[in-house]
Design a protein around this ligand. Structure first.
Ligand code: G4P
Length: 527
């Protein structure tokens, strides 16, 4: 029973550059699962174009994004958990953290735009972590790049090795459907109206005379030639290679038209991994172990200032998580019980008695949790793989209301625990520096400090190129001592009290590296 439940779970994330169709695809998957009744039910949680400095918009979006953080539904006999990843680049760090909780991903690419910047960054993270990936090429109803050129681009820019499992018949104006290499049938797209609403007609055989008639001899010949080329050029699908992140299957379709999506979903539930082993500092944890373990990958603050509790999202790695059972919060060495753990479905969340590996539970928290924390049945397990990356923007944060110093410190502390930004404390004078991925977060922090904590802050510009986590060869050697003395002005500690060098330019970083060869500088906090 326990093992069946694990084998049923498919926990994944959809990643893309904004506007490639992530929200639309998510919605269509939910429709197939019967989790929602009509398109438009899942509100987009992306920050709309042109609203990039509007933090009220962010607050609104934050509300929506609680609801869409995890979307769970049943399809055939599988339990599907989709973890939402923000597409906006200023929230890239949120996405990186969410990727620590997925067992696989689907990468959505716009057929006309091809591989875009944000896709490159996110895929690189997935590749580094060897996460199994499926590529979905979207918007086939529009004119776009040639399918072979696009697969070349995916291989070159994303460093993937691909094999198509569906293949388009025509494109844009001439788009007629797809050949399902995986299911060995043809799906023809029949457009019914100007809104691109359509239905699919299935042919089980390429030699079916009705097919030739439907798409025309010419298109059929082209398709046959292309399929021959596919067979000659691309490796045949190998599940082992996919699971090891050495081969990425490609699907073509149009999410908006609900076309090619079911083929994707049917194949996905067959090939995508059930919950995988997870490496902790102490040892590797197998999901089938009876003892519970899990970790926090996301914290969401309550938007109602009268209720200061937060929702911590836990990915269950092994065992079962049960309501009202005491679990060990490893970092604080404290037992905690949860009377109302939440499970998430497409349009609702509800209190759940028992959850299995692969599931996400939302726990009400009054300030115990930090991102990356582990929760277990009792064992001392610390999960790895939620590093901080060097921020891109840095500012001093000052208290603008001396009467509210306590509130300010508490607010900063909690917002950092949520992972909104990173805090560095200058070694020289204890001044606080906030580092963020995007300039947008400074507005968010200021707004939230005021509205949630009653504190006021102001910022002061600071010229920092990168935060580099410092790893000395030997803490006691003269070179390291000299480094600390000479560079004192540029040294700070992060929230974990790790030493950080705030380089003011790429040139000064280079010079420092040359001068102190035994000291290593890292752009992430885990090395
Ligand atoms: P995102 O979450 O990746 O940012 O993308 P989203 O799904 O919001 O899609 C971005 C735009 O692309 C939307 O149009 C959406 O309707 C459109 N789109 C998605 N899939 C397809 C497709 O298969 N074909 C075509 N032609 N368009 C597609 P929008 O005008 O920006 O928004 P909306 O007003 O339609 O919501």
């Amino acid at each position: 029973m326990f093992l069946d439940e694990i084998a049923k779970r498919r926990t994944f994330g959809i990643i893309s550059h904004p506007d490639a169709g992530k929200t639309t695809l998510t919605e269509k998957l939910l429709l197939f699962g019967g989790a929602i009744q009509e398109a438009g039910a899942v509100k987009s949680n992306k920050i709309k174009k042109g609203a990039t400095s509007d933090f009220m918009e962010i607050e609104r979006q934050r509300g929506i994004s609680v609801a869409t953080s995890v979307l769970a539904f049943y399809y055939k006999d599988k339990k599907i958990n989709i973890l939402d990843t923000p597409g906006h680049k200023d929230f890239a760090e949120d996405t990186f953290r969410t990727l620590t909780a997925v067992d696989s991903v689907i990468v959505v690419i716009d057929v006309a735009k091809g591989v875009e910047e944000q896709t490159e960054k996110l895929v690189e993270v997935c590749r580094m972590r060897a996460i199994p990936m499926i590529v979905f090429i979207n918007k086939l109803d529009r004119e776009g790049k040639d399918a072979f050129d696009l697969m070349d681009e995916v291989e070159q820019k994303l460093g993937l090795r691909v094999t198509p499992l569906t293949f388009p018949i025509g494109m844009g104006y001439d788009f007629q459907g797809i050949y399902n290499i995986w299911g060995k049938n043809v799906q023809l797209f029949v457009e019914e109206d100007k809104q691109h609403k359509g239905t699919a007609i299935q042919y089980d055989d390429l030699n079916d005379p009705a097919l030739a008639q439907a798409i025309g001899e010419k298109a059929l010949n082209t398709l046959n030639d292309e399929l021959e080329l596919v067979e000659g050029v691309y490796p045949s699908f190998d599940q082992e290679a996919y699971l090891n992140s050495q081969l990425q299957p490609v699907f073509f379709g149009s999410a908006l038209n609900n076309f090619g999506v079911q083929e994707l979903l049917n194949c996905f539930i067959d090939i995508a991994p059930a919950p995988l082993n997870k490496q902790a500092v102490e040892r590797e944890i197998d999901p089938t172990e009876k003892a519970f373990s899990g970790f926090v990958f996301k914290i969401h603050a309550n938007m109602d200032p009268n209720h200061r509790d937060r929702l911590a999202f836990i990915k269950i790695v092994s065992g079962t998580f049960e309501r009202n059972k005491p679990y060990l919060h490893v970092r604080n060495n404290k037992k905690l019980k949860f009377s109302s753990p939440n499970a998430f479905f497409a349009e609702r969340k509800e209190i759940v008695e028992i959850s299995y590996p692969g599931d996400i539970v939302g726990l009400h928290d009054t300030g115990n949790f930090k991102i990356g924390d582990s929760l277990t049945s009792g064992e001392n397990i610390n999960f790895k793989g939620i590093p901080s990356f060097s921020p891109e923007h840095f500012r001093y944060i000052n208290n603008a209301d001396p009467m509210k110093a306590k509130q300010l410190n508490k607010g900063i502390d909690q917002l950092m625990d949520e992972g909104v930004a990173q805090l560095f404390t200058l070694s020289l004078n204890n001044r606080k520096i906030i580092g963020t991925v995007g300039a947008l977060q400074f507005d968010v922090i200021q707004y939230r400090l005021e509205h949630e904590y009653g504190a006021k802050c102001s910022y002061e510009n600071l010229n920092v190129f990168k935060a580099c986590w410092v790893e000395p060869e030997d803490e006691n050697n003269d070179e390291f001592k000299d480094f600390k003395r000479v560079k004192q002005k540029f040294l700070a500690t992060d929230k974990q009290k790790q030493l950080v060098f705030l380089a003011d330019s790429s040139f000064s970083l280079q010079m420092t590296q040359q001068k102190y060869p035994s000291v290593k500088f890292h752009f992430t906090s885990e090395f």
